[in-house]
Design a protein around this ligand. Structure first.
Ligand code: 3PG
Length: 183
């Protein structure tokens, strides 16, 4: 899995190539395309076809039906803001990694019971950031985290320097790449 996961919101299909090209120019070969816009599914399809060297996943997947659509579109990993049992089951059946949002011991225990050991920690800035994740790592040493929400250039390295961080997610990767490369 890639260490940097840009959270991508595609408002219009034509933006897909512009955004993903900018990310590649930044050296980032991963994108979590979020199911927050009407064209998300089409954008994933397009991204998978046009950017075969990138790891394209689907984000903000909150139910089974969306998950099926994301997988049919070619998503290689699935991210949710919280934990959905339906999504977990579909991902398991399709052998696709699922990163559910988990910020409490109970949520992490649920993830473990579903065979999931890497969770999104969201919104990381609100739920206590690195300090909270370190506290959770004591009873759950097998868990790895993907902090997302409030990650920025200033705090990125601090997250990345802890070995329990599987990856770091955020929209700021997209903002930076677009500012630099899409003018
Ligand atoms: C997400 O859905 O993961 C968040 O919107 C990303 O949060 P950020 O915009 O603070 O990076």
């Amino acid at each position: 899995m890639q260490k940097l996961i840009p959270v991508v919101v595609i408002k219009e299909l034509k933006d897909t190539k512009i955004i993903l090209s900018a990310l590649q120019k930044e050296g980032i070969y991963c994108a979590e395309i979020t199911f927050r816009t009407a064209c998300a599914e089409e954008a994933i399809k397009l991204a998978v076809q046009e950017f075969p060297d990138m790891e394209i996943g689907a984000g903000t997947v909150i139910g089974g039906e969306q998950c099926e659509r994301a997988l049919n579109a070619g998503a290689k990993f699935i991210v949710s803001p919280g934990l959905s049992g339906d999504v977990a089951l579909i991902c398991k059946q399709n052998n696709v990694p699922y990163y559910p949002g988990c910020v409490t011991p109970t949520e992490i225990m649920r993830a473990l019971s579903l065979g999931i050991t890497t969770v999104k920690f969201f919104p990381a800035n609100v739920y206590g950031g690195l300090k909270a994740m370190k506290a959770l790592a004591a009873p759950f040493p097998q868990i790895k985290f993907i902090p997302t929400g409030g990650v920025n250039r200033e705090n990125l390295d601090e997250f990345l320097s802890w070995d329990k961080i599987a990856a770091v997610g955020g929209s700021f990767f997209v903002e930076e790449a677009m500012q630099k490369w899409a003018k």
